[in-house]
Design a protein around this ligand. Structure first.
Ligand code: ADP
Ligand code: MG
Length: 322
């Protein structure tokens, strides 16, 4: 028997993710009642994932649930915020129990890992599309922004960008990949990105500007630079290329994916030279890599330099309307 809208909300979404004392009223009423802690600023972000646009048709339901929350937590991470609550607007063609159960598990696992409570949402029938709004807190005045960087600040990126874009190619491909273990690792980087919440929290008071990398490293570094009234110079030799990525697609294609592939959900951040020692100390125990990739400069625009020579990079990241 098909699930009614009421049943499926009660079964899969009424107790999804963390339980929090600051949720006065969660799923079930006309709206949620939430208590922002005294002395905190509310940080809010929203993102939509559409089947066939943001993930391939037939993607694992757990991955869709995970990514819908992860891309929003990544936005909170880029602001240096601590996540707390989420709203979920789910549009799907049919209410299938197995699919819903996996979707809710994927969402809930990540939500619990970051102490996020699902406090409400909307459920409708239509082409598969998932919108999540995430909310969190930051100490007033300490949020990281895209603006704030200055010429001379050093630019860094966390993790191993480019892997998710290669993983998406693996997921889309009809042919079995040659390096199966590496392919599986990259695929999971696309399907289950880890939002860099802890890193964003640590960067408060250290980074002058920060952005999460969703549209490609060059494109997003360029956005950070432009918001800061600067340009950026990226060192082609310095960008981090993972062994798995190199093994799967070769050195040149790997470097190109690192710079222009999307869906990384890493953080790109600028740090004034005077704070580099503090950064080094703060991130000395980080469980993920982080790498200097270039500098902010006075001249507008993005240049990529290889051994001192400017390279031509035409692919500038994903634009829905380009
Ligand atoms: P309304 O008609 O007032 O919009 P709904 O029937 O859409 O109410 O939702 C009933 C309750 O279930 C509300 O509290 C709403 O926030 C919650 N809800 C609906 N869909 C979801 C969902 N996908 N995830 C979480 N909560 C949901
Ligand atoms: Mg509703």
């Amino acid at each position: 028997m098909p699930l009614s809208e009421f049943d499926l909300i009660a079964r899969f979404f009424s107790d999804c993710g963390a339980r929090r004392a600051d949720v006065t009223l969660g799923v079930g009423d006309d709206a949620a009642l939430l208590e922002v802690p005294a002395g905190r600023e509310l940080v809010a972000a929203i993102d939509t994932l559409v089947e066939g646009v943001h993930f391939p048709a037939g993607s694992p339901a757990a991955s869709i649930g995970h990514r819908a929350l992860a891309v929003n937590l990544s936005d909170l991470a880029a602001m240096g915020a601590e996540p707390a609550w989420a709203l979920l607007a789910l549009t799907m063609p049919r209410a299938e129990q197995d699919w819903l159960s996996e979707f809710a598990d994927g969402f809930a696992k990540l939500a619990r890992a970051h102490r996020v409570a699902l406090v409400g949402g909307d459920t409708t029938a239509g082409p598969l599309s998932v919108t999540v709004q995430a909310m969190g807190f930051v100490e007033p005045g300490t949020a990281l922004r895209r603006a704030g960087g200055s010429a001379g600040d050093v630019l860094f990126v966390s993790g191993t960008p480019g892997e998710a874009a290669a993983g998406l190619e693996v997921a889309r491909s009809a042919h079995p990949p040659q390096a199966a273990a590496e392919a599986a690792q990259l695929r999971s980087r696309f399907e289950f990105p880890e939002p860099r919440i802890a890193l964003g929290r640590r960067l408060r008071g250290i980074a002058s500007a920060c952005i999460d990398v969703s549209d490609g490293l060059l494109a997003d570094a360029g956005k950070l630079a432009a918001a800061s009234g600067c340009g950026t110079e990226i060192d082609y030799e310095a960008v981090p290329v993972s062994t798995a990525l190199r093994t799967l697609v070769g050195e040149e294609r790997a470097r190109s994916l690192v710079l222009t592939g999307g869906d990384d959900y890493e953080l790109c951040f600028a740090v004034p030279v005077a704070k580099l020692a503090i950064l080094q100390r703060e991130l000395s125990t980080a469980a993920y890599p982080w790498q200097r990739i270039g500098v902010l400069r006075r001249e507008a625009g993005t240049v990529v330099k290889r051994a001192g020579t400017v390279m031509d990079f035409s692919a500038r990241g994903y634009d829905h309307f380009a």
